[in-house]
Ligand binder design. Structure first.
Ligand code: NAP
Ligand code: ZN
Length: 355
């Protein structure tokens, strides 16, 4: 067993703190990674506070992981020691159902295994995420990261990046499309960058007027303050696609009304409480679609990482030591992050050597 240091939540209401635990020794198909950086996703916060119910404590969050390969099993063929590698939201799936066969492991019909909060098949123990110094993952669930990308700024691509890339690709977004992005947080700012890079006309909807300038810099062609009905009304019946990344319940009708005939409002934001039910006629009258989307599969995650390397796209990050994670959560709740916190795991190693 590998002794591992990390930060864990111990209950829904107490701060995260230092935690030691064990990981499995790498098997023949496993890659062992020394974690350099881990992004802080709003899903970490929902899970830590058990807002989606069912959290098992202690739990070590983190599913935006970038690090260096330090050991590989005898059957590993695509990674070698020293490679820059990444792990996202998934560490396992059944590999034989229809979804896995199509490379959509996130929809595994037998249940995929989350990087944290899942159960490790090899040991039957809970999986623990990237707020830690190392991780051991089957090669099939490890991604390659180009040396062209800054490793800290690339970490959020592993969740915020792929969660927005996957629906943009599924709905075939590109030139000639008018695309809305709701909420300029971790997911939202990646959606703006990616939709812009795919050639769409991008409109950012925000509740924070102070983010307008950043939104334009990130690639938005227009910015709408969603609290202002007269600004919203100007865009009625005009969007092909709107991606909603908001982490709290809100009216969906305000956005459904902005879709053209056959347009789609796709929810990726996953608040603990439901949104109020939308008006049926907002859907029926213009054959509009209301849909959801979950992270992305392994192949499309690699496709997105390669696209980002080619186009020089990373996340706008604020790097923090792990000791400031509780403060970062409070700031994230206030929408006060530009636009993703990323933990520098050197802070964990330094604390261990000076302890
Ligand atoms: P985040 O950085 O906190 O961003 C959320 C943004 O939503 C805020 O920056 C804010 O943008 C907007 N917002 C408006 N009203 C809000 C309110 N009352 N409370 C909170 N936010 C509000 O979060 P994130 O990491 O991007 O995650 C967003 C959501 O997506 C979370 O629910 C997360 O769990 C979920 N998620 C889903 C998937 C999936 O697979 N579907 C994957 C990852 C994350 P403005 O200031 O611009 O209004
Ligand atoms: Zn996430």
């Amino acid at each position: 067993m590998l002794k591992t240091q990390g930060y864990a939540a111990f209950s829904p209401t107490t701060p995260l703190g230092p935690h030691s635990f064990e990981r499995r020794e790498p098997g023949p198909q496993d890659v062992q990674i020394e974690i350099l950086f881990c992004g802080v996703c709003h899903s970490d916060l929902h899970t830590v506070r058990s807002e989606w119910a069912g959290t098992v404590y202690p739990m070590v969050p983190g599913h935006e992981i970038v690090g260096r390969v330090v050991k590989v099993g005898g059957e590993v063929s695509t990674f070698k020691v020293g490679d820059l590698a990444a792990v996202g939201c998934l560490v396992d799936s059944c590999q034989h159902c229809a979804s896995c066969a199509e490379g959509l492991e996130q929809y595994c019909e037998n249940g995929s295994t989350g990087t944290y909060g899942g159960v490790e098949k090899e040991t039957g123990r809970p999986t623990n995420g990237g707020y830690s110094d190392k991780i051991v993952v089957n090669e099939k669930f490890v991604l390659h990261v180009s040396d062209k990308l800054d490793p800290a700024a690339a970490a959020p691509l592993l969740c915020a990046g792929i969660t927005t890339w996957s629906p943009l690709r599924h709905w075939k977004i590109g030139k000639g499309h008018k695309v809305g992005v709701v909420g300029l947080g971790g997911l939202g700012h990646m959606a703006v960058k990616l939709a812009h890079a795919l050639g769409a006309h991008v409109v950012l909807f925000t509740t924070s007027p102070g983010k307008a300038e950043d939104a334009h810099r990130l690639g938005a062609d227009e910015v709408v303050i969603s609290k202002h009905p007269e600004e919203m009304a100007k865009h009625a019946n005009s969007f092909h696609f709107i991606l909603d990344t908001v982490a709290a319940p809100h009216s969906l009708d305000t956005f459904l009304e902005l879709l053209k005939r056959d347009g789609a409002l796709v929810l990726v934001g996953a608040p603990g409480e439901p949104h109020p039910s939308p008006a049926i006629f907002n859907l029926i009258l213009h054959r509009r679609t209301l849909a959801g989307s979950l992270i992305g599969g392994i192949a499309e995650t690699q496709e997105m990482l390669d696209f980002c390397a080619e186009h020089g796209i990373t996340s706008d990050v604020e790097i923090i030591p792990i000791q400031r994670i509780n403060e970062a959560y409070e700031r994230m709740l206030k929408g006060d992050v530009r636009y993703r916190f990323v933990i520098d795991l050197a802070s964990l190693r330094e604390a261990a050597t000076t302890a």
